[in-house]
Design a protein around this ligand. Sequence first.
Ligand code: OAD
Length: 265
Amino acid sequence: MGSIPPAGTIHSKSAVYPPPNQPLVPEETAKVRNWIADADSIAVLTGAGISAESGVPTFRGGGGLWRNFRPEDLATPQAFARDPQVVWEWYDWRRGLVAKARPNRGHQTLAELEKRTTKFTLITQNVDGLHDLAGSKNILKLHGDIWQIRCTRCEKSWQDRSVPLEKVPPQCDCGALARPDIVWFGEPLPAGVWSRARQSVQSAQLLFVIGTSGLVYPAANLVPLALERRAKVVEINPETTPFSENVDCALSGPAGEILPRLLSV
Ligand code: OAD
């Protein structure tokens, strides 16, 4: 990724629009709607914020999971090697939260956008499966899936939607300890998924960046990659992020409110 200039070196600065707590004005809506209408190829990068309105906690910011838990205790291979029971108890608790959540209007609008677009790729950092439930089809899960479990010995991976899990920590048929099939800090992204994500951003005319703090790499590299390719980049987030000043349009507000207005759904 060394050849990609850092965000901020490509586009002139644009103000975050609308200012927080101000309504989205018709011109901004019209501008982005035109970009959607003109684009044959759209990529979307989502983060925890798209599921916030479904009641799934984000990681950073007020109420974020990393306020109360340390990632190095729960979301690293070292933590799992040290205490698989504790790590699994945390995932079992999160599976319980996610099981109660339903897709919100943000997830639903993205599923509708996919139907209306010739080439559409939804790249998500989320493991909650809410994009699948909303009906999105072409999904690239950069960080895995909270409902998938993987054997630490034979690498078999299987789906288990039981809440709570029957046995913590779960085991594989081969008798070995199983782990969440999730990418932890310090682990590489699944190679095929990452290269397809890069390709879809490189060929996209329009990239939406929705509900991500932009602090976790390599996922965050997709934004400068799109800017370098001169794709239009639209951010949707109630807070400013490292991308906000460099994107073509930064829409400040909750995804579940802003996305339906862009598509009139
Ligand atoms: P973060 O928790 O870092 O950021 C969530 C973002 O969502 C913030 O920028 C919020 O302002 C924004 N947000 C909150 N409510 C929103 C709403 N209703 N609509 C739109 N945006 C909203 O989550 P991620 O950026 O996804 O990794 O975090 C990236 C990775 O860090 C996660 O995938 C996870 C975490 O550690 C792993 O588990 C490997």
